[in-house]
Design a protein around this ligand. Sequence first.
Ligand SMILES: Nc1ncnc2c1ncn2[C@@H]1O[C@H](COP(=O)(O)OP(=O)(O)OP(=O)(O)O)[C@@H](O)[C@H]1O
Length: 542
Amino acid sequence: MSVSVAQDYVDEGVSFESFDLDARLIQAINKLGFEHPTLIQTQTIKLSLEERKDIIARASTGSGKTAAYCIPIVQSILASGSDSEGVKALVLVPTKELSKQVAEFLGQLTVFCGRSARVLNLNDNVSEQVQLQLLNEGREIYVSTPAKLISVLEKNKSIQLTNLRFLVIDEVDLMVSYGYKDDLDKLGEYLSTKTNTQTFLMSATLNEEVTELKTKFCNKPAVLKLEDVDSDKKKLVQYYIKTNELDKFLLIYVILKLGLIKGKILLFVNELDRGYKLKLFLQNFGIKSCLLNSELPVNSRLHIVEEFNKNVYNLLIATDEANQEGQSNDFGVSRGVDFKNVACVLNFDLPVSSKTYVHRVGRTARGGKSGMALSFVVAAKEWGKHKASSLASAKKDEKVLARIERSQSKLGYELKPYQFNMKQVEAFRYRMEDSFRSVTRAAVRDARLREIKQELMASEKLKRHFEENPQDLVTLRHDKDLASVRADAHLKRVPTYLLPEGARPEEKKVGFVPFNKVRKGRGKKRGKKVDVLKGVGKRRKT
Ligand SMILES: Nc1ncnc2c1ncn2[C@@H]1O[C@H](COP(=O)(O)OP(=O)(O)OP(=O)(O)O)[C@@H](O)[C@H]1O
């Protein structure tokens, strides 16, 4: 099987065999479908295996950083045989989602290694007894969030980190802002990183706080910065639409109802309630979505990401909360999670910083695929005019957009304004307003409570159920309709007269749907499609 990742980042002249890797590791890499390493992988594997260097790596989202540190770790463990007892590698990540993702990836890399390289995710949802048993088995690689690690170390004094050969801090710039500083300080007491351990600090973005961790954990590190890729090779196209607060709802309704974006969409909002509001609003039109936010139990969150990756859902509404200071909390949905095959990242609410924008849009155009980012930007003069749809963070949208444009242009990207022809979507306005009105604050509150209850129950069910029936996912779909919003059933149907000609039933057209009238005439222009959402409606492969 051939998986073409991040073609832009692939180091085509290099093969994995050239690193002299263990045959079991090569076999696993082949099984994963990786044909060539990516640039960051080539550099990291070499520096790690040949020079045993500490590494600080900044490389774009989707460039293959996980394998870049996992491969040398597994290789070194296999090469050393059973020379010492205890944990040999520790991978720290900021969220449970990432802990699961990285542990699973390491599981795939070590699938042929038997007892020579075993992985333990300390964040796994198991009883203390089971965990103790797993710890006693003496696994070679631990993956954990810092807080969980410290709690495990404090409860199990017999765990020895003295033979630790690798320490990885992934998404390193988040670690400090997540409040993990104390845990990392404590961890320092368990390790002698400066002498025995090779350290990797990884992220797509780095900040000053990293300097502190560098001093603490690294010894003359090599600094890799691999984010500049030929702009003509770039596969991420970025658009923004300047609009007002209420019209965001009109735009999203038209775009989704008419299927103007093909493929899976990851949509970001900035507040919890807005996620529910949008879900209920879309539900009125028969548009299904599922929610991902920090309030949901972790089991549900993990399951939702898994299901989205398996294409069970097409629209995921993720809440990336912004705190009072306007800083994005970035709780994890926009960080590091390897969402598969996302065709479009849609910033329904613009993030509050250009850094968060990088991580959000980095969820698409991964694995060699192309992708699109579309951001709704509220014009400053429009802000606050419609209370019910207003969002505090949108006040600064234009300023944030300017910052995003500056930082993206340094990376060789351009954000193109999207000229949305609002006149042509006006016909949908009254339906949008009907639906918008029906989603009252009480309905949102009710939906939020219900969803959490439902997910808490499902979460427990999930745990037990999947232990017994790993295949049976049917009862636990997360995109069920929520709560009882009093909207008319007619909203679910778009009457034929509102549809663009190409989408009317008798025409049986599949795929791209032009919004304008089909031009009839002679010669080449006959039947030419004009796309009101030019760019947005482009047919795409996913
Ligand atoms: N050499 C390779 N060949 C093919 N696919 C690869 C290769 N390396 C990584 N991949 C795939 O590319 C995708 C992105 O990799 P990964 O999640 O490590 O990116 P990342 O750099 O950590 O991004 P982020 O900063 O968003 O976390 C994954 O699905 C991974 O399986």
